[in-house]
Ligand binder design. Structure first.
Ligand code: ADP
Ligand code: MG
Length: 282
């Protein structure tokens, strides 16, 4: 007995729709349309409102995906925001200025920001938070430590792709260079870094953090002439943040030690009132 081959059944419309939506790069539309259709039926929404709701969901998700992509692209050493920054811990820091900077108008104006202060006072935290705010507002950001950036520039030069890296660095709206001053730069390193500042001057914003006051920057760059030219460019349109005070880490570990040394109220109740000896440890 022979069986005639069954004609290939056309793909169900759901399969075709899924295929087209993937091609059109509308993942949220694809993931949500059945659920939104059920909602629309329940609420008696017409087809325009059904489509509008789906389009809105896709837009919100797309924006979120773009922010996430910019955050990954920035290569932050950690993702930190001002939500977890305790301004009361660092009275020298101009809070209104920081909050204004978090609105990112300086990025549009191509101004620079320099954060100066001793170790552990929150310079890296603050510049990461400014970087995150810029990503959220749609600006491409790149984060480096000064030593890391110099290393990458030297490597690019040795591999004859320095121009390409310089063009990439010139294209980001906000370049963050953390920890300038911890390591003195070689002459080549200083010149390579100077070229980056020079190329970005009035074309894009740069944030620099340093543990050294300006008077000591010659010790980073080695040459007074180069340091002068660099400061001239960097401080032309600049907002300066001063973070001077006790190290936040040190303060926290001191507080932890104090808490560990002090008995809690419950333990005090269980102590002998005269000798202070703990009678019953629960
Ligand atoms: P710096 O770069 O000035 O050496 P960091 O930003 O690395 O200091 O701060 C050291 C640690 O303390 C980090 O974990 C940071 O998140 C935290 N920290 C510093 N200052 C504050 C602050 N004012 N509020 C909350 N956390 C802070
Ligand atoms: Mg730091």
């Amino acid at each position: 007995m022979t069986t005639a081959a069954l004609p290939a059944s056309p793909a169900p419309p759901q399969v075709l729709l899924a295929h087209h939506l993937r091609q059109l790069k509308l993942p949220t539309f694809l993931r949500e349309y059945e659920k939104v259709a059920a909602e629309a039926a329940r609420e008696g929404l017409d087809h325009v409102r059904f489509l509008l709701r789906l389009a809105e969901l896709e837009l919100i998700d797309r924006e979120r995906r773009m922010v996430e992509r910019r955050i990954r692209g920035a290569r932050f050493s950690a993702v930190k925001s001002f939500d977890t920054f305790d301004f009361a811990a660092i009275p020298s820091l101009n809070k209104p200025l920081v909050l204004e900077l978090a609105r990112c108008e300086y990025v549009v104006a191509r101004d620079n920001v320099i954060a100066l202060g001793n170790s552990g006072t929150g310079k890296t935290h603050a510049c990461l938070a400014l970087g995150l705010a810029a990503c959220q507002r749609g600006f491409p950001v790149s984060f480096f430590t000064a030593a890391g950036l110099v290393h990458q520039l030297r490597e690019a030069r040795d591999e004859r792709r320095l121009l390409k890296l310089q063009a990439q660095l010139a294209a980001v709206k906000l370049l963050i260079i953390d920890e300038l001053g911890y390591v003195p730069l070689s002459q080549t390193g200083a010149e390579l870094l100077f070229e980056i500042f020079s190329q970005r001057h009035e074309r894009g914003s740069t944030i620099v953090t340093s543990n050294l006051p300006f008077e000591e920057w010659t010790s980073i760059f080695g040459s007074q002439r180069l340091t002068g030219a660099l400061l001239d460019r960097l401080t032309h349109h600049v907002h300066i943040l001063e973070l001077n005070g006790e190290s936040y880490r040190l303060k926290q570990s001191k507080a932890r030690r104090r808490r560990a040394a002090q008995p809690s109220d419950e333990e005090a109740v269980a102590a002998d009132p005269e000798t202070g000896e703990i009678i019953s440890a629960s």
